[in-house]
Design a protein around this ligand. Sequence first.
Ligand SMILES: [Zn+2]
Ligand SMILES: [Zn+2]
Length: 238
Amino acid sequence: MEIISRFKLVSGIFFRNGCIVCGRATTSAVCTDCSNSIRYIQQPYCTKCGQPFTTHSGISHLCYDCIKGKNKFTLSRAVFEYNGAIVKLIHRFKFGDRVNLSSFFSKELFKLYEAHFGAKNITAILPVPLSTHRLKHRSYNQTQLLAEALSRKLSIPVFPQILEKIKETPPQSRLSAEKRRENVKDAYKVTDRKILKGKKVLLIDDVITTGATVNACTKALLRAGIKQVYVTTLAMRV
Ligand SMILES: [Zn+2]
Ligand SMILES: [Zn+2]
């Protein structure tokens, strides 16, 4: 119910055409069934990468991948599980010019930030960049919209040009974990090594699946002298 009422805040633009997820007639932006399918990431999860554990009881601790040092960022947290209505909502946000969804999503990211990153002295927000080719195709980078909305709430500046995608890569969604890593290896470059040297930064992406993209960005940032990289995403595949 809480989600429905929050959707109403941004619903004026949406619900004339029915539920924005399933299209059924509804009095709010997202119908009750779709709203009920939305799950927040909850503990127990990995204390570093935030991946929820399949056992729904017990305490949070490091996961196997993080113990092995696979994740190079300092801390990562996601708002939602990437399933149910969230998949469609993010898709609409990405490809449907549903720019106003950024209002709802950025509120959720703000709460997540306050809970996990508020005391970390982060001084810059960096959206995961699209390649120039994909940006042309899509007209806007949804991750940059989120970064800008969060930036306004936190008064932390966005540096959209610092990270650049220098390699055209096929979409990650159809690839295995191994292929994803290979796909994005050396795909990102830091354009200015001076501005953020020694700083702590927040990297924003929409969905985290295997972590290949955020790790590729993190490696490029750490190589360029950034002190620590924190990651926040709207949704995480569980
Ligand atoms: Zn619906
Ligand atoms: Zn982990």
